[in-house]
Design a protein around this ligand. Structure first.
Ligand SMILES: C=C(O[C@@H]1C=C(C(=O)O)C=C[C@H]1O)C(=O)O
Length: 177
């Protein structure tokens, strides 16, 4: 059955082994480190990019007028990619609440986000993305061959009025040990 691609997909449709990963409210990086050896962050892209249509509304109307700062990474265990992550924020947020976004480098973004008590996180939402979704296509460009459908989650981090949208796509190698 081909699931509709929308971010209100009920979790009951997700594979059981992915549920702990899809629902983790703390740092995903920290959870990966607890289950896999030698976690590293490979930065695929860090710069300005247009937001995808299904992301625009998450950042609010300001995102329709401003450039969007984007960071794409692979979280890997040794050389095995586990998660493709895509994070976006606005130019004005870069100057204020998420001024460290552009300087994370190969440090996991979560190390910055979860260290700041002023930063709050919205609820998680989930989607089973397929080859039509731009993030599936970007993950494939980064990783190579991928299953036709991948489960992803996303949430908005808030620093005051500033917003950062983080989307994490779980690659087939991740299996909650
Ligand atoms: C938000 C977190 O940071 C992780 C690391 C990211 C990065 O370095 O760009 C992006 C998303 C997350 O998978 C986390 O650890 O939960």
């Amino acid at each position: 059955m081909s699931l509709q691609q929308h971010w209100r997909t009920p979790l009951c449709l997700a594979p059981r082994h992915l549920l702990p990963w899809l629902t983790e409210r703390g740092s995903l990086t920290t959870m990966l480190m607890a289950h896999f050896p030698n976690i590293s962050v490979k930065v695929i892209f860090q710069g300005w990019q247009a937001a995808h249509l299904d992301e625009m509304d998450c950042l609010g109307p300001i995102a329709h007028q401003q450039n969007i700062a984007c960071r794409e990474v692979l979280l890997k265990s040794n050389q095995q990619p586990l998660v493709y992550a895509h994070s976006i924020t606005t130019a004005s947020a870069l100057r204020k609440g998420f001024h460290l976004f552009g300087r994370s480098g190969s440090r996991p973004l979560g190390a910055l986000l979860f260290a700041d008590p002023k930063i709050q996180r919205s609820s998680l939402s989930w989607c089973c993305i397929d080859t039509r979704h731009p993030l599936w296509q970007k993950a494939q460009a980064a990783v190579g061959h991928l299953p036709q459908r991948l489960w992803a989650r996303r949430s908005v981090f808030y620093s005051g009025c500033d917003k950062l949208l983080v989307t994490e796509v779980f690659l087939s190698s991740i299996n909650c040990k």
